[in-house]
Design a protein around this ligand. Sequence first.
Ligand SMILES: Cc1cc2nc3c(=O)[nH]c(=O)nc-3n(C[C@H](O)[C@H](O)[C@H](O)COP(=O)(O)OP(=O)(O)OC[C@H]3O[C@@H](n4cnc5c(N)ncnc54)[C@H](O)[C@@H]3O)c2cc1C
Length: 395
Amino acid sequence: MDTIKRIDPRRPFSITAEGLKRITLGFVGVAGDVQAGAVVGHREQTKPRRTTATAQRSLLVAAHSDRGSLDDHARQTLAAAALLADSTTQVVLLVLGELKDDAAALGADKVIEMAAFDRRAFAPDAALNALAACVAAYSPAHVFLPDNATGDGALGRRYAAQAKASVATHVVEIDAVHVAVYTQARKAFAVRSLPDVILLAPNAVDARLPFIGAGERVASEQFLVEDHQKTSPYKDLGIEEIDAAQVALEEADFIVSAGNGVTDVPAFERLASTVGAAIGASRVAVDDGKFPRDKQIGATGKTVDASIYIAFGISGAVQHLQGIKDCRHVIAVNLDASAPIAKRANLTIIGDAQETITALTDAAAAARNARANPGSLTPSGGQASATAKLEGALA
Ligand SMILES: Cc1cc2nc3c(=O)[nH]c(=O)nc-3n(C[C@H](O)[C@H](O)[C@H](O)COP(=O)(O)OP(=O)(O)OC[C@H]3O[C@@H](n4cnc5c(N)ncnc54)[C@H](O)[C@@H]3O)c2cc1C
């Protein structure tokens, strides 16, 4: 069995700082040099600026941010532009939403942050106008967007249609001269030269760059077309809040999860409903009959990608960790500081699950009360100290 290489023969090459690469177990095949001389290891070190030459040409990357951050897919798209840019090309990043990330480290030379846009706000015409205004200002050779279903994919297609621009969607392979997409039910590749608008599929690019960009902020007001609400045929009716318990675990952004260390299940469920989180559980908790099978998270349960995952009394067995590998912030509450979950967690509270659940429920309820009527009491003493770290992490 060892002699069989696990490789999909139709898997495309990924663009990295070292050129196009296909990585199989125990073998690295280099398909060609995209950008000579940019090879540096990926260990943390002071990275050089990609270029300091005067820009004569631009590549534009546009993406929505999510709570101040670009997700992996957007970072890969930005990295693609940075890897393809030559020394006289600048990479301009348009962020629809707030950006707290270090844009230079992600490869951007210029950053236009439009904080008024947000994934939660539906303003397709305004986003399209903003993108068109940036294109008009920089005349980029190519426009890059992540081909996702959360706004950027649609924005790229709408822009291409409006500007009558050439477009390639779901691009799985890219270098300085070509893009490739799957065709014939993934049996073949279609290859063409770089079009005006490039919508990148996830994981076509290694986002680890051996250089940084200039990261210069550009005032965004000049690109905003005023009062789109008046002219747009679309109306944003806002987001309808639903009970967190009704959200499928795979879609939940905030999950509290119980393991064998949780004995007071009603208190745990009260916490979930107070903080508006979906409920998950370890296999042991499910096997014990404390939760239904569809709440199980892990290798033989659900895979989740919540922004916040709080694991109460869960040891962090490898099968459980498999289900939470894509979660952004993991917080563990465990009596045992050496439990494997502590290695995965961004924050570990060494303490009793039941006490922390009660303290956190009280703190959340008090915070809600205080918001409703200013002047009411907040938790004090030990309770406050037990919840302070959690509140900070949740802020
Ligand atoms: C083929 C296979 C597939 C599997 N699939 C899954 C899966 O999909 N999902 C899954 O979760 N597991 C799965 N498992 C099981 C997995 O290996 C573990 O047994 C399981 O995840 C352990 O659950 P647990 O952490 O809740 O319980 P335990 O291992 O018993 O750990 C309980 C933890 O709670 C802590 N604790 C105890 N009391 C308290 C307290 N009062 N306050 C705070 N902390 C406390 C303990 O220190 C301990 O770390 C699978 C196993 C196999 C073999």
